[in-house]
Each structure stands twice: as C-alpha cells, then as structure tokens.
Design a protein around this ligand. Structure first.
Ligand code: IPM
Ligand code: MG
Length: 360
C-alpha cells in the first residue's frame, strides 16, 4: 500500500512562491520514486493573506495546517506591509502559526558544505567542518511574554514594553529536546543565556543544569549570549548543539547561518509535542529579488527534506533530496548568493531542473 500525506503549502510572499514551486516538483518526483503520495493544499499566509483577507493568518489557514500531516512554509513579509499596525503584519501571522500549532522547538542546522566553503565570508580554516544545530525555543520568551505593547504614561509619554519570561516547564521541555538532539549528534550541548544580568536567564541556567543529570552522556556548557556571538564567529567548530531562548536563538541562528556562506542554504524544523510540524527556510522573503528568477531554492528543498525526516518519518526520501542538493552543487550550479569563480550561475527555475535531473 502506498503511503499518503496531506501537506499544507504556505508559499507566502516575495521569493516564496518561486522556491515553493521548485520544491513541490522535487517532492513529487521523490514521491513517485518511493511510492509516496502527496495531497498538497495551498493556503494563504503573510502579506498575501493580508491582501486577500486583511488577516496575516486567516482561520481557514490555521485549520488547514492543523488538519495536515505537515506544513511547508516558504517565506513571508515585504516592504509593502512593513508599516501596518502590528496585528496586521505578516510576522504576526507567523508567530500565530507557531503558537497555534504549539511549535515550541525550532531546529536550525548550520553545517558547511565542502562545495561552499569559499562562499563563506570567513576563512576556510575557521569554517571547514562546521556542523552546528541551534535548538531555539519558539513559543515563549520575550516574543510572547505579557505585558507587551506601547502604553501611555500619566505624563502622556509613551512607553514600549515587552517581557522576557520563561517558566520551569517551558525550559525543561526545550531542554529535553536539546539534550536528546545533542545525544544523537556530537554529544555536546552549549546553553546560551544572559544569566549575569537577567533573572529569567538565571532560572534557565539552573533548570538546564539540573536536567543535565538525566543526560550524563551529554557534555553541557554554558555561555553568555554576547560571548556566544563572538565565539560563533571566532571559533565555530567548538559548537555541536546550542540551546537557547527565542530572541537569542533568532539572532544566533542568523549568525550561524552566515558561517555556511549563505543563509539561502539553511532549512529549519519547528516541532511541537504532537501534531504537524512546520518546515521552512531560515531566510526571509527577499523582496528585492522576488519574481526575477534569482532566488536560491535549496534551503526550501532542504526544509522539505527535514519535513520528510522529522515530520513524516521518511528518511529515505529525505536522504535522496539532500543527495540531489549535493549533486547539483558538485556539478557547479550556483545561484547568485552562493556564486564563486568558475561556477555556473543559474536562476531558481534552472536550479530546480538540475535537482530533478540529479534525482532521476
Ligand atoms: C525567524 C524570523 C522570524 C522570527 C520573524 C519573521 C518573525 O526572523 O524565523 O527567525 O523573528 O522568529
Ligand atoms: Mg530570524
């Protein structure tokens, strides 16, 4: 009997639709090869949803996502929607999706591919061999803490407020995901916080330290976030798995991404305790190159591979897709963001065709 999965596609804005269409073609081909059927349903999200409905995450979209086996998201946002009130911004839709599906664990791998070492802005000897997994807490911390907002004080002056808050249970559940992840990788976990200043970070450090007793095979260390930012650029090979809160994880995962040459290469998985996960590239919607067939679809394809591996438990499909990405890079195909001397510059569509050939 062939397996069938219902996938909600959220192409979103900017380069989103272009990289999504390449990825769907890749999924279909792999599916045919392995006897896996996909039922794709497309839904509106982000700026596209704002234009159509006024809401960046319409109820039908969240319902469709909840009723699927996995959600594949491309990218959202753009200049056009940047000045709308917060509740109507594309980013608010993304946060609503994460909260609505309970996706507290965000896995962001950053490993350097040998083919792309020269695309990194850092020296070869610094980045060669880098293989980091950032485990970012995704539904708590300062992104969601109350109170939040812009309030007027008695003197009429405005005050902007956000609250960084973590409860013990929130720290423990992301901590467990991180220890389990580290255990399956290099066995090293670095927890990043700002415990020298923030009480919320002190609690974070205390809980992570306590959890370590349950994982004697994992070597735990702690870093303050400023030092972690420096170490990531100075000597990234010291890291295996990193666990951190929502805001620090947002920042550090962009920095880690850049070690690998281009943020256009990096996938991510957002997982909850149960139910469908959301799989999306770490990069944004790149409105400056949207619609010009210049986008790099590889992070989206690798996100779909993560969907197969972590979301649908189809490791063979994931491996085939990852191998296809390596093959096209070996063959010298490069989009603009990862272009280097003597390589073949291609657009999004041509990169997609090369992937299909590599799979065949
Ligand atoms: C990310 C993005 C989002 C975040 C934005 C678009 C809300 O930067 O996924 O890293 O801050 O989480
Ligand atoms: Mg970010």
């Amino acid at each position: 009997m062939s397996k069938q999965y219902r996938i909600t596609l959220l192409p979103g804005d900017g380069i989103g639709p272009e990289i999504m269409s390449v990825t769907v073609a890749v999924l279909k081909q792999v599916g045919e090869q392995l006897g896996i059927k996909f039922e794709f349903q497309e839904a509106l999200m982000g700026g596209a949803a704002i234009d159509a409905t006024g809401n960046p995450l319409p109820d039908e979209t969240l319902t469709a996502c909840k009723n699927s086996d996995a959600v594949l998201l491309a990218a959202i946002g753009g200049y056009k929607w940047d000045n709308l009130p917060r509740h109507q911004r594309p980013e608010t839709g993304l946060l609503g999706l994460r909260a609505g599906l309970g996706l507290f664990a965000n896995l962001r791998p950053a490993s350097i591919l040998p083919q792309l070492i020269d695309a990194s802005s850092l020296k070869r000897e610094v980045v060669e061999g880098v293989d980091i997994m950032v485990v970012r807490e995704l539904t708590g911390g300062i992104y969601f803490g109350q109170p939040k907002g812009i309030f007027e004080t008695e003197t009429g002056e405005k005050r902007g407020v956000n609250t960084m808050v973590y409860s013990e249970s929130e720290i423990d559940r992301i901590g467990r995901v991180a220890f389990e992840t580290a255990r399956k990788r290099g066995g090293k976990l670095c927890s990043v916080d700002k415990a020298n200043v923030l009480d919320v970070s002190q609690l974070w450090r205390d809980r992570i330290t306590q959890l370590a007793a349950e994982y004697p095979d994992v070597e735990l260390s702690h870093l303050y976030v400023d030092n972690a930012a420096m170490q990531l650029i100075r000597a990234p090979k010291q890291f295996d798995t990193i666990v951190t809160g929502n805001l620090f994880g947002d920042i550090l995962s962009d920095a880690a991404a850049m070690l690998t040459g281009s943020i256009g290469m990096l996938p991510s998985a957002s997982l909850g305790a149960s139910g469908p996960g959301v799989f999306e590239p770490v990069h944004g919607s790149a409105p400056d190159i949207a619609g010009q067939d210049k986008a790099n679809p590889l992070a989206q394809v690798l996100s779909a591979a993560m969907m197969m591996r972590y979301g649908l438990n189809e490791p063979e499909a994931a491996t085939r897709m990852e191998q296809a990405v390596l093959k096209v890079l070996d063959a010298g195909y490069r989009t603009g963001d990862i272009m280097s001397a003597e390589m073949k510059l291609v657009g999004c569509q041509e990169m997609g065709d090369a992937l299909l050939q590599a799979l065949a």
